[in-house]
Design a protein around this ligand. Structure first.
Ligand SMILES: Nc1nc2c(ncn2[C@@H]2O[C@H](COP(=O)(O)O[C@H]3[C@@H](O)[C@H](n4cnc5c(=O)[nH]c(N)nc54)O[C@@H]3COP(=O)(O)O)[C@@H](O)[C@H]2O)c(=O)[nH]1
Length: 949
C-alpha cells in the first residue's frame, strides 16, 4: 500500500504504535482515578472511625480532665508539665488507649495551649493557629489523614506510619465549648489493605487491556498480510498491462513511421520535381545575367532578367525573332556576322560592348553566345551581363590609381604584416627610395630613431583600437637626412573584420615646420631688431625671479628709452629711424653677456635684464656700458646721428618681486632720468611709485572735475606794442579743486595729456572761449580774438579742423577771431600735424608757435608751416631790459619772424623796460603781467571794456 509520498503503509506497525499509546493512556487514567477514589474512600472511612473513637475517649476522659483544663489558663508549659494531676490523668488515658489503635490523645484549652498530651513533650505547645483546633474551637469536627513519610499538617512533623487524627469540641452542660479534644489512631494496617486491593484492581485492568491489545494485534497482523498479498497481485497485473501497452505502442509507432516515410518519400519526389523546375526558374530569374535559349534565331525561352535588362516586360521575348530581342545589338556593325562565324565554328563568342535599352539609354554589357550543337542543333545560349557597375568601378580604380600616383602626399600600402605592397611617386620624391627598393620591406626602414618605443607602442595601440593613427613623426630619407612628416595611418579590414592592409599617407612638413618656427619666433621676437619682445622678456623675467629666489641672488632691470627719437623719425624718415634702432640694439647687445637678456618693448624702448649682480654698483657699471653706446655718433645714410638715452634701473628683490612691478618701476626710474635732463641713468626710488599713484588719483579727479564743471577759464590780454591797445586775449584754463582751491594748468595739463583727457578738456576750453567771445561781442565788448592753447593730442585726433569749424560756426564767429597756440615741440613732433595745420589755415584760423626758442625748430621747418605768429618764450624776455645775453637772441628771433613774414609776440613782459626794448626792436605784440594777469571773464571785461580797444 503506497502513501501519497511514495512510502509503503505498514498497518501492523501503525496499529501497534497507536493502540499501545492508547492502552497506556487508559491504564494511567484508570490507575489515577481508582487511586483517587480509593484515597477519598479511605479518608472518609478513617475519619468516621476516628471521630467515633475520639467521641468515646472524650466522653470517658473529660470528667477527669475538666478541672485540670479550667486551671490551665495562664500556666506555663513547665508548670503544666509539673502539675501533680498530670501523671494520674496520663495513666488513665493510657489505660484507655491500651489494646486500641489510638496512639495519642491531646487536650487544648480555648487559648490553643496543649494542656495535656500522652506525649509529655508536647504539653504547653501553642496550637492556636492549627487548622483542626480552629475548626473544633467553633464547634466543627476536623479530621486529617497523614500517610507514612509525609508531613503532618496538624502536628508539623513527618510521620513514620499512616495516621488519622480528629479534633472534637468539648462542651459544658450549657453547650458552651470549653476545650478541644484531639485523638490520633494508627491506620497503617487499614491503608495497607486498601492499597493491596487497589493494586489487584489496577493489575487486573492492565492485564485485560494487554489481552485486548494482543487479540487486536493478531487481527491487524492478519489484515496486513492479506493487504500485502493483494498488493503484490495488483503490481504483477499492472506490470503485465504496462508491457502490453508498450508493445502495442511500439508497433503503432513503427507502423506510423513507415507510413510517414512513405508519404515523405512521395512528397519529396514531387517536391524535387517541382523544385527542379522552380530552381531552374529561380536560377535563371535570379542570376544577374540575362539568359536566353535560341533556336534558328528565335527565342525559345529566356529569364526575366534578360527582358528586364532591355526594359521589356516578362514574356516579351518568348517566340520572338532575335531582331526583336537585340535590335540594338544588331545595330553594332559587323557584330551579327562575328557571332555567326563563331557559332558555326562551334566556338564561344564573348565581347564587352555597349547595348541600348528599349528607351534608348545605353549600358555596358558582356555578351556571351555559346552554341548548343550536341543537344539542339542550331540552338544557342545567349548570356548578357550588365557590367556597368564594374566598368564604373574600373573607372574609379583607374582614377584612384591616377590619384595614388599623382597625389602630393606620399602613400604606403602594406599587408597585415606591414610588408610594403605599394608606394606612390610622392613617396619616392619625399623619401628618395624607389618602389622596387621598398617592396617587401617594412616602413621601419625610414625610422629616424627620434621616436622611442613608447611612441610606436602608442601608435599601434591606436591602430588596434581605433583603426587609425595620426601624428607628426621624424623619418630619415635615403640620403640620411632627417625630415618631419605628418603621417596618417589607417587600418583596412576585410569582410570578416580582420586587418588586411595598412595605408599610410604622409606629407613632408619640413617647410610648414620652418614657417611654424618662424611664426613662433615672431611671436616672441621683435621683427625689426630680432631681439626678444615684451612677451618673451616677461617670461624670462619670471624665470629669473624664480632662480634668484631659489639661489638668493640679485638681478637688475634696465629700462632704456632713446631721447628725441621721434625727431629722427620725423625729420629723416622711418627707414632711418628703423636702422638706428637696429644699430643701437646690436651695439647694446654687444655690451652684454650671453646670459643677459635685452628686449625691445616697442618704439624706442628697450629693456635689459642682467642676472647675478652684487648690488647697485654692478648695475651702475652695466648702465654706464649701455649709455656709452650712445656717446659716439652713429653714421647712417650719410648722416651722423647723435642719440642719447635715458635709463631707469631697478633691482630684484629690492624694488619689486614680480615682473610687472619690476618693469613698471624701471620705467618710472627712466622717466625720472628723462625729467632730470635725459642722457643719464637713474635708480628706482620708492617715491616714484607714490608719485605714480598720485598721478593715478589725480587722473581720476580730473575726470570727475570735467563732469562736475570744476574748470574755468582766465583771460590774459595781448597788447599791440605799436598802439598799446589790447589786440586779443590768451585763454588759460584753471581748476577750481574742491579741496585744494584753484590749481594752475601745470598741475594737471600734462596728466590730462598722458591720459587722453586733454581731448574732452581741450574741446571744452575751445568751445567755452568761443562762446565767451561771442557773448562779449554781443554785449558790445569787442575783443579782436581769443588765443587758445592746443595740445598735440588734440591735433592728432581725426577731424580736429572740422571740430574747430563747427565750434566757430556754432558761435557765429569768423575764423580770424580764433588763434590756436601750439608749442614748438608739438609742431616738431607730428608730421601728421602738418596736414591738420593746413586744414586749419585753410579755414582762416590763426596759428602761433608758443614758447618759441625752447625747441629745435629750424628755419627751413618753420617756413613749411602755415603759422602766423611766433611767441618768444618768457625765458628770453626776462633779462632783455638789463642788456642781458638774451637781447641779441630776442633781436634775432624778431628778425627771423619778420623774414618769415610772421608776427612776433613777446611772452612774460613784466616791466616797462622790457616793453620798451621790444617796441624798439619792432616786436609786434606783447603779453605779460605788465599789461595784465590772467583773470576770469568778468574781471577781464571789467578791466578792458572801458579801455579803448
Ligand atoms: N593745452 C592747453 N594748455 C594750457 C591751457 N591753459 C594753459 N595751458 C598751458 O599751461 C601753461 C601755463 O599756463 P599758466 O599757468 O596759466 O601760465 C600762463 C601765464 O600765467 C604765464 N604768464 C603770463 N605773463 C607772465 C608774466 O609776465 N610773468 C610770468 N611769470 N608768467 C606769465 O605764462 C603762461 C602763458 O604762457 P603761454 O601759454 O606760453 O603764452 C601755458 O603756457 C599753456 O602751455 C589750455 O587750456 N590748454
Amino acid at each position: 500500500m503506497d502513501t501519497s509520498n511514495g512510502k509503503r503503509f505498514n498497518l501492523r506497525r501503525y496499529y501497534s504504535l497507536v493502540s499501545f499509546a492508547f492502552i497506556l493512556l487508559i491504564a494511567i487514567a484508570l490507575g489515577w482515578i481508582s487511586h483517587h477514589f480509593a484515597v477519598a474512600e479511605l479518608l472518609s472511612l478513617s475519619e468516621q472511625k476516628n471521630v467515633a473513637l475520639a467521641t468515646t475517649f472524650r466522653n470517658s476522659l473529660w470528667p477527669q480532665f475538666d478541672q485540670f483544663v479550667r486551671k490551665s489558663y495562664g500556666l506555663s508549659a513547665d508548670s503544666l508539665k509539673a502539675s501533680p494531676e498530670l501523671p494520674i490523668l496520663r495513666n488513665h488515658a493510657v489505660s484507655l488507649m491500651r489494646d486500641t489503635d489510638v496512639v495519642k490523645i491531646k487536650l487544648y484549652n480555648l487559648d490553643g495551649v496543649t494542656v495535656f498530651s500522652t506525649d509529655i513533650k508536647q504539653i504547653g505547645q501553642q496550637k492556636r493557629s492549627n487548622g483542626g483546633f480552629q475548626a473544633a474551637r467553633i464547634g466543627h469536627v476536623a479530621s486529617e489523614l497523614t500517610h507514612r513519610d509525609t508531613f503532618d499538617a496538624f502536628e508539623h512533623v513527618i510521620e513514620d506510619r499512616d495516621l488519622a487524627s480528629s479534633y472534637l469540641p468539648i462542651q459544658d452542660e450549657s453547650g458552651d465549648i470549653v476545650a478541644v479534644f484531639e485523638l490520633y489512631s494508627d491506620i497503617t494496617r487499614f491503608v495497607q489493605q486498601m492499597e493491596e486491593a487497589l493494586f489487584y484492581v489496577v493489575g487486573t485492568v492492565v492485564l485485560l487491556l494487554a489481552a485486548l491489545y494482543a487479540v487486536l494485534y493478531a487481527v491487524v497482523a492478519r489484515a496486513h498480510r492479506i493487504i500485502l498479498r493483494q498488493r503484490q497481485s495488483l503490481e504483477i497485473a499492472n506490470s503485465l498491462l504496462d508491457t502490453r501497452v508498450r508493445e502495442r505502442t511500439t508497433a503503432l509507432v513503427e507502423a506510423n513511421r513507415d507510413l510517414s516515410e512513405k508519404i515523405i518519400e512521395r512528397r519529396r519526389a514531387e517536391e524535387e520535381a517541382k523544385l527542379l523546375l522552380i530552381e531552374k526558374d529561380a536560377i535563371l530569374n535570379n542570376i544577374a545575367e540575362g539568359v536566353a535559349f535560341l533556336c534558328s534565331r528565335t527565342v525559345l525561352t529566356c529569364n526575366q532578367q534578360m527582358e528586364a535588362l532591355f526594359g521589356f516586360h516578362e514574356g516579351a521575348f518568348i517566340g520572338k525573332h532575335i531582331n526583336r530581342l537585340f535590335g540594338a545589338l544588331y545595330r553594332q556593325s559587323g557584330l551579327t556576322r562575328d557571332i555567326l562565324v563563331e557559332l558555326k565554328q562551334g566556338s564561344i563568342f564573348r565581347r564587352e560592348l555597349e547595348l541600348a535599352r528599349r528607351d534608348g539609354t545605353c549600358f555596358w554589357a558582356e555578351l556571351t553566345v555559346r552554341p548548343l550543337a550536341m543537344d539542339m542543333p542550331g540552338g544557342s545560349v545567349w548570356v548578357v551581363s550588365d557590367i556597368s557597375e564594374r566598368k564604373k568601378a574600373e573607372e574609379r580604380m583607374r582614377l584612384a590609381a591616377k590619384v595614388f600616383d599623382n597625389t602630393q602626399e606620399g602613400v604606403t600600402i602594406t599587408d597585415r604584416d606591414t610588408q610594403i605592397l605599394a608606394v606612390n611617386k610622392a613617396f619616392t620624391e619625399v623619401t628618395g627610395f624607389t618602389e622596387e627598393e621598398v617592396l617587401g620591406m617594412r616602413p621601419s626602414l625610414l625610422q629616424s630613431g627620434r621616436q622611442d618605443r613608447t611612441f610606436y607602442d602608442e601608435m599601434w595601440r591606436s591602430l588596434d583600437q581605433c583603426g587609425q593613427w595620426k601624428g607628426e613623426i621624424w623619418n630619415r630619407r635615403k640620403s640620411g637626412e632627417l625630415y618631419p612628416e605628418w603621417l596618417s595611418i589607417s587600418t583596412v579590414r576585410n569582410d570578416s573584420g580582420e586587418v588586411s592592409h595598412y595605408v599610410g599617407v604622409f606629407s613632408d612638413i619640413t617647410e610648414i615646420k620652418r614657417s611654424q618656427e618662424k611664426v613662433s619666433f615672431l611671436a616672441y621676437h621683435d621683427p625689426l631688431t630680432q631681439l626678444p619682445n615684451r612677451l618673451l622678456f616677461h617670461d624670462r623675467l619670471a624665470q629669473a625671479i624664480q632662480r634668484a629666489e631659489r639661489e638668493e641672488t640679485m638681478f637688475a632691470v634696465f629700462f632704456i628709452d632713446l631721447d628725441h627719437f621721434k625727431n629722427i623719425n620725423d625729420s629723416l624718415g622711418h627707414h632711418v629711424g628703423d636702422r638706428l634702432l637696429k644699430t643701437v640694439a646690436e651695439q647694446m647687445s654687444a655690451q652684454l653677456r650671453k646670459a643677459d637678456t635685452i628686449a625691445r618693448l616697442g618704439g624706442d624702448e628697450f629693456i635689459v635684464m642682467v642676472e647675478e649682480i652684487d648690488g647697485a654698483h654692478d648695475a651702475a657699471l652695466v648702465a654706464e656700458k649701455l649709455t656709452a653706446v650712445f656717446q659716439k655718433p652713429i653714421a647712417l645714410e650719410g648722416h651722423e646721428l647723435y642719440v642719447t638715452s635715458s635709463v631707469g634701473i631697478c633691482l630684484y628683490p629690492l624694488d619689486g618681486a614680480d615682473p610687472n612691478t619690476l618693469v613698471r618701476n624701471a620705467d618710472a626710474a627712466m622717466y625720472r632720468a628723462k625729467n632730470h635732463g635725459r642722457n643719464q641713468f637713474h635708480f628706482y626710488e620708492q617715491e616714484m611709485t607714490a608719485y605714480a599713484f598720485e598721478r593715478l588719483e589725480l587722473e581720476s579727479a580730473v575726470r570727475k572735475a570735467l563732469a562736475n564743471e570744476e574748470f574755468f577759464l582766465c583771460y590774459q590780454p595781448l597788447i599791440d606794442l605799436g598802439t598799446r591797445r589790447m589786440s586779443g586775449a590768451e585763454v588759460l584754463v584753471r581748476w577750481n579743486h574742491p579741496e585744494q582751491g584753484v590749481l594752475p594748468p601745470a598741475r594737471f595739463i600734462s596728466l590730462a595729456e598722458d591720459s587722453g583727457l586733454i581731448v574732452p578738456l581741450g574741446e571744452w576750453v575751445l568751445r567755452t572761449a568761443c562762446r565767451q567771445l561771442r557773448a562779449w561781442r554781443d554785449d558790445g565788448f569787442d575783443v579782436p580774438r581769443v588765443a587758445v592753447n592746443i595740445s598735440v593730442r588734440q591735433l592728432e585726433r581725426k577731424g580736429f579742423a572740422a571740430l574747430v569749424a563747427a565750434i566757430l560756426d556754432e558761435c557765429g564767429l569768423p575764423a580770424s577771431s580764433l588763434e590756436l597756440e601750439l608749442t614748438e615741440s608739438v609742431l616738431m613732433e607730428t608730421e601728421e600735424a602738418f596736414e591738420v595745420l593746413e586744414e586749419l589755415d585753410a579755414l582762416g584760423v590763426r596759428l602761433s608757435v608758443d614758447d618759441f626758442g625752447t625747441g629745435y625748430s629750424s628755419l627751413s621747418y618753420l617756413k613749411r608751416l602755415p603759422v602766423h605768429t611766433l611767441k618768444i618764450d618768457r625765458s628770453f624776455i626776462m633779462d632783455v631790459a638789463e642788456h642781458g645775453n638774451n637781447q641779441a637772441i630776442v633781436r634775432a628771433m624778431i628778425a627771423m619772424a619778420k623774414t618769415l613774414g610772421l608776427e612776433a609776440v613777446a611772452e612774460g613782459v613784466e616791466s616797462a623796460g622790457q616793453a620798451e626794448f621790444l617796441t624798439g626792436e619792432g616786436c609786434d605784440q606783447a603779453q605779460g603781467y605788465l599789461f595784465g594777469k590772467p583773470v576770469p571773464s568778468d574781471a577781464f571785461r571789467l578791466a578792458w571794456a572801458a579801455a579803448e580797444v
